[in-house]
Design a protein around this ligand. Structure first.
Ligand code: NAD
Length: 421
């Protein structure tokens, strides 16, 4: 067995494998095909060499993994982060397969990444890394083959460079090869905010089912980037109190509610979140003990450890990040009666509006923001309802219910397509 396929490694891929193992007993005859989900379809590891601005040569390692393409082209973001590993990208690609199927989007699952700290690169170096990486993985990409999008450390400018590089190599403009692009290049209105908006809708619907109103609810959010900051804004607009925030700079709290717009303006002006004057600086571990109704991990995977799961004081965990809760921590939260709205539903707003963007690019007909947000609202609310109903019927967690729905769709496609040769 290849070392990175070793389920014993306590890494994201091991969490994904365990989540699959937990769902297999619920799949009936389709369980026959379940091994398919435990093996990524394609893995490409690439060297990304660039000239630094000072004339020196630097090499970075890049990945693109297509976990499953039974239901359609690969779809999933690209991460630029110094901690990116193949193991992590494999897990993230697997969660994309599940997410796309759970939402019934016509995609398989894929993910990419480069092990690089974008903060240490000049803008010109960042562009060179992006273009070389895109060129290296270009053999897998295309609007009907594999469609990247932003993730941690990447944004719409990076998507513009990816689209341009792929297009130049093709000899024609291919807008639909990435989503999360700038509007002027065929991007969709509402895409930038879609993940955070979806996290909020999922939280609101899960809260409603437990009689928890958003108005007046207390919220703690880890991560104040694309996902965390928009989630915080949505909660604040709906009358919730964002009592604690944490990002890579540290943690802050204000039991009366942090003024989210002011905190965003502070960070946008180049300030560190931890130095925001409208809140008190707290210890990183104290963040996890903040009494709240909603706790939203929206940074990186593996953050809600078993140790933290014993200490959190929340009613509902809403997974803005991918893979923040390892299976053993899931069990502790379940024992404590804390609901977990799983990543594959909670943060699916981003890929849902990416799907809208891809459809708009194909038809060259663009929708207005109200239409996009209304469709997002309907899809997200329905997804939470469907998963919650199945969870109640089968007496399983929301995560297992979401995996049952998703794996059934993926493996039904696998079964009907059959094996070649
Ligand atoms: P981002 O780069 O915009 O923000 C990441 C945030 O996490 C930053 O505020 C950073 O300071 C914080 N962070 C990093 N390391 C931390 C640490 N050790 N402790 C506390 N905070 C830390 O990334 P993003 O796009 O907001 O993505 C966040 C999560 O959401 C990731 O798990 C990503 O896969 C997931 N996600 C993103 C999207 C999307 O559309 N961007 C869609 C679905 C899921």
């Amino acid at each position: 067995m290849l070392s990175f396929l070793d389920p014993a490694r306590p890494e994201p891929w091991a969490s994904f494998l365990e989540q699959i193992d937990r769902v297999v007993p619920h799949l009936g005859r389709l369980g026959y095909w379940s091994e398919t989900l435990k093996r990524p379809k394609r893995i490409l590891v690439v060297d990304v060499p660039i000239h630094r601005d000072d004339g020196s040569l630097a090499h970075f390692e890049g990945y693109r993994v297509q976990h499953n393409v039974s239901r359609g082209p690969g779809k999933g973001g690209v991460r630029f982060h110094p901690g990116v590993t193949l193991n992590e990208v494999m897990a993230l690609s697997g969660w994309m397969t599940i997410k796309n199927a759970a939402l019934n989007l016509p995609y398989g699952g894929a993910k990419g990444g480069v092990r690089v700290d974008p903060a240490t690169l000049s803008r010109a170096e960042l562009e060179r890394v992006t273009r070389r990486y895109t060129s290296e993985i270009g053999l897998l990409l295309g609007p009907t083959r594999d469609i990247p999008a932003p993730d941690v450390g990447t944004d719409e400018q990076i998507m513009a460079w990816m689209m341009d590089t792929f297009s130049i190599n093709q000899g024609e403009t291919v807008s639909g090869v990435v989503t999360g692009k700038p509007i002027c290049l065929g991007g969709s209105l509402g895409r930038r905010e879609a993940t955070g908006r979806g996290v909020f809708i999922a939280a609101r619907e899960a809260g409603r089912r437990q009689g928890i109103e958003i108005n007046g609810a207390r919220v703690a959010i880890q991560g104040f980037g694309n996902v965390g900051s928009v989630t915080a804004q949505c909660f604040a607009k709906a009358g919730a109190r964002v009592v604690a925030l944490q990002d890579a700079s540290g943690s802050i709290a204000n039991p009366a509610g942090i003024e989210v717009a002011a905190a965003l303006a502070h960070v946008a002006a180049g300030g560190r979140l931890v130095e925001f004057p409208g809140a008190e600086r707290i210890d990183g571990e104290a963040f996890w003990e903040m009494p709240c109704e909603f706790l939203v991990p929206a940074a990186l995977e593996g953050q809600l450890t078993c140790e933290r799961a014993h200490r959190v004081q929340t009613k509902i965990v809403v997974e803005g990040a991918n893979g923040p809760t390892p299976p053993a921590a899931d069990d502790i939260l379940a024992e404590r009666g804390i609901t977990v709205v799983p990543d594959v539903i909670a943060n699916a707003g981003g890929v849902t509006v990416s799907y809208f963007e891809w459809v708009q690019d194909f038809s060259s007909f663009f929708w207005n923001e109200d239409e996009i947000n209304a469709r997002l609202e309907t899809i997200m609310a329905n997804a939470v309802r469907t998963v919650a109903e199945l969870a109640a019927e089968r007496k399983v967690s929301l995560r297992t219910a979401a995996f049952i729905i998703a794996c059934t769709r993926v493996l039904e496609a696998r079964d009907r397509r059959g094996l070649y040769p």
